[in-house]
Design a protein around this ligand. Sequence first.
Ligand code: HEM
Ligand SMILES: *[C@@H]1O[C@H](CO)[C@@H](O)[C@H](O)[C@H]1NC(C)=O
Ligand SMILES: *[C@@H]1O[C@H](CO)[C@@H](O)[C@H](O)[C@H]1NC(C)=O
Ligand SMILES: CC(=O)N[C@H]1CO[C@H](CO)[C@@H](O)[C@@H]1O
Length: 340
Amino acid sequence: RLSLLLLAAAALLAAAVAGAAAGGPPGKLSPDFYSQTCPRAERIIAEVVQSKQMANPTTAAGMLRVFFHDCFVTGCDASVLIAPTRFAKSEKDAEINHSLPGDAFDAVVRSKLALELECPGVVSCADVLALASRVLVTMTGGPRYPVPLGRKDSLSSSPTAPDVELPHSNFTVGRILELFLAKGFTVQEMVALSGAHTLGFSHCQEFASRIYNYRDKTGKPAPFDPTMNPGYAKGLQAACKEYLKDPTIAAFNDVMTPGKFDNMYYVNIERGLGLLSTDEDMWSDLRTRPLVERYAANNTAFFDDFSRAMEKLSMYGVKTGADGEIRRRCDAYNDGPNTV
Ligand code: HEM
Ligand SMILES: *[C@@H]1O[C@H](CO)[C@@H](O)[C@H](O)[C@H]1NC(C)=O
Ligand SMILES: *[C@@H]1O[C@H](CO)[C@@H](O)[C@H](O)[C@H]1NC(C)=O
Ligand SMILES: CC(=O)N[C@H]1CO[C@H](CO)[C@@H](O)[C@@H]1O
């Protein structure tokens, strides 16, 4: 009696394993999801985004930020890539999109074109974003973390969701933590993921209130936010002088090693060289400060925690099975313009 039950259990197990080999049971992601259907998928994406990154070194930062914006708004489902049409707005219409960089979108479009030539209709745009982000993190000196695959692309893209779901540069650390904790991320994961600000730029308007007409919480004025290194603050005041006339002026997020993926972001925070108030406030908030100290002192600890947090972020709210589709082009639904 017992051995019969065991045999039945073994048969079930074998069926489950066979299912996994055939692309995985619905609802499960796996790193070799495309090993049968598009084995060169990652190589193809890597070739495209690497040449894009060499031609335009801001691509990596742009891609990473686009990926974060995709995942935090209705899950990692390429909803961020949908272009608005005459009939329907999309996430790109949200105010917070203003600076999502064209190079990252372009790299995704090119990757998808190359993939459609080799294995049409197989690789989702959500997976392209996840793989492209990893390639670029690694290429700029960061860790290579696991990226499970098999995400489907969304069937919707809300123009109002991004401004609700994403953290703003004027938030307190407390408010940012609320946002991350509500999505199931820990304080440690929030601090580790913020290390992405080791790359890229912020526009002056995102930190202008720290360097011009500064007032502290009690309304008391000061020449600049006193948590800033004075030389740094003065340098930014000079660099951003014309930002109202020219809103494209921007500063490196990591003033010391702007193009390198490393733990310098945290070292900067210790020295008052954090660019956004949300960066620098991680030093005054005692929930986040020990983690900033830890990552500033130990690059391996940062890479380890960043890797785990990125893998988790890449799984956030993913759609599988009938919850989504494999888009033919990343900026539009397969069934034509969404008229909702
Ligand atoms: C913790 C809360 C966060 C806040 C408040 C925040 C806010 C911002 C702001 C205001 C900018 C500048 C945008 C611009 O002016 O163009 C920026 C840039 C950037 N963010 Fe964040 N961010 C956060 C977390 C993250 C996370 C988790 C990631 C990725 C894992 C990320 C990746 C980036 C990157 C790479 C850039 C540079 C983009 C570029 O150079 O094109 N950020 N962020
Ligand atoms: C933060 O900035 C946004 C615009 O980016 C603005 O709508 C909002 O009112 C600001 N919030 C606070 C608390 O200042
Ligand atoms: C740095 O962190 C890693 C990973 O947590 C750990 O194994 C290592 O011992 C740490 N190194 C130092 C010098 O503390
Ligand atoms: C990259 C991108 O799509 N940016 C858009 C953000 O939204 C404004 C309108 O609110 C568009 O003009 C931008 O093209």
